[in-house]
Design a protein around this ligand. Structure first.
Ligand SMILES: NC(=O)C1=CN([C@@H]2O[C@H](COP(=O)(O)OP(=O)(O)OC[C@H]3O[C@@H](n4cnc5c(N)ncnc54)[C@H](OP(=O)(O)O)[C@@H]3O)[C@@H](O)[C@H]2O)C=CC1
Ligand SMILES: CC(=O)N[C@@H](CCC(=O)OP(=O)(O)O)C(=O)O
Length: 345
């Protein structure tokens, strides 16, 4: 089989470097082009020295894209920037997986309300498929443009989908409490992410208005066929990678713990990257992998279901899920190149 030719746009960032790290070991693809506007002409491993001798490709400008024959391009760019490129590439034959939030929401209006910037390519919103393989495998298979899910939404949606699909919980008050590592904020320097602000510290942010609230809600509305109302609060942990999301929901009737666990087992029977855990998972249990580990339990005393969901924000929350989507789009085994074992401790 000829290897598929891949382009990575914006590879000096965290998700770009994770894509290169994962795809370098993928048996059915070759990385043909890696772009950087700020470091054009340098080697990829000059920017990411830990990949010296492993990924020494020369970085080119995205303006050179027509010199390459590509089957698929990953956009590892900030939101607001990605949409320019999706528009620019609209007539190209290659498939696109966009890691930003630019095409994840339902309409231009919803995007502009939550992202507070104009959307210059609303046609892309109509065309894009939300790249959650556990929910939209068949649509992803046919897609030309994938909106790769956000990191917090991945952890929350996978935690809640089985209960909402089965119509077993109240939808008007769903509490999603997430904690993330600092790489979630990207590589660009920001004061809030200085060592002295993060180390030995723990803080909430984005209360009431974090843009992932509407992404989670939009997908769960579709899954449940109802209007859900999500109370989402992220927190910044003094760790480099990992997300732990605690979810609290009220069932519409008393639940049986065994049946609850069976519901999740049935829902994820064909999902190779969702592991249903017998005990509460920790972020290191999935570190460096594409797993989403879930623990679900029912508290009879409070009549609440508690779900703990953990992912590596850079992998299942970004680059790994993007590669999973790529595999599905190419008709490859979903797990190709993603047989990663957790790095714990
Ligand atoms: N980090 C995470 O955990 C997750 C990130 N995402 C999303 O994936 C996308 C990439 O994220 P991440 O890799 O963390 O981002 P980074 O900030 O680490 O990297 C983004 C890269 O985009 C390039 N770039 C191009 N144009 C611009 C511009 N105008 N301003 C700034 N950078 C630009 C830069 O590369 P160069 O200068 O070399 O061209 C930069 O290195 C984002 O949309 C992010 O929201 C999604 C899920 C999780
Ligand atoms: C720590 C931190 O700042 N995390 C980021 C995670 C966002 C992200 O990466 O997702 P998108 O692709 O939707 O931008 C945040 O809360 O904005």
């Amino acid at each position: 089989m000829t290897k598929k030719k891949i382009g990575i746009i914006g590879a000096t960032g965290y998700t770009g470097s994770e894509l290169v790290r994962i795809l370098t070991n993928h048996p059915d693809v070759e990385i043909s082009m890696i772009t950087s506007e700020s470091r054009t002409g340098e080697l990829f491993s000059d920017v990411h020295p830990f990949l010296q001798g492993i990924a020494d490709q020369k970085l080119v400008s995205v303006n050179q894209i027509d010199e390459y024959e590509l089957d698929l391009v990953f956009l590892a760019l900030p939101h607001g920037v990605s949409m320019d490129f999706v528009k620019r590439f609209k007539d190209k034959s290659f498939k696109i997986i966009d890691l930003s939030g630019d095409f994840r929401l339902s309409t231009q209006e919803v995007y502009e309300e939550w992202y507070k910037i104009p959307h210059i390519y609303p046609k892309g919103i109509e065309k894009a498929v939300f790249g959650s393989p556990e929910l939209y495998f068949d649509e992803i298979k046919q897609a030309h443009l994938i909106a790769n899910p956000g990191c917090f939404p991945t952890s929350a949606i996978l935690g809640l989908a089985p209960l909402l699909k089965a119509n077993l919980i109240e939808t008007d008050r769903i509490i999603v409490d997430s904690k993330t590592g600092v790489t979630g904020a990207g590589i660009k320097a920001k004061t809030v992410n200085l060592y002295s602000n993060v180390n030995d510290n723990f803080k909430a942010y984005g209360l009431k208005n974090h843009r992932h609230t509407i992404e989670i809600q939009g997908v769960l509305d579709k899954v449940s066929g109802k209007n859900t109302c999500i109370q989402f609060t992220p927190h910044l942990l003094p760790v480099d990678r990992g997300i732990l999301t605690s979810i609290y929901v009220r069932p519409t009737e008393k639940l049986d713990e065994i049946k609850l666990k069976e519901l999740y087992a049935d829902f994820y029977a064909n999902a190779p990257f969702v592991r249903l855990r017998k005990q509460e998972p920790a972020i290191k249990d999935v570190r460096g992998t594409n797993y989403c580990d879930l623990y679900v339990t029912y508290d009879e005393r409070t009549n609440m279901v508690i779900i703990i969901s953990v992912i590596d924000n850079l992998i299942k929350g970004a680059a790994g899920q993007a590669v999973q989507n790529m595999n599905i789009m190419f008709g490859l085994e979903e797990t190709k190149g993603l047989n990663l074992i957790p790095l714990n401790p």
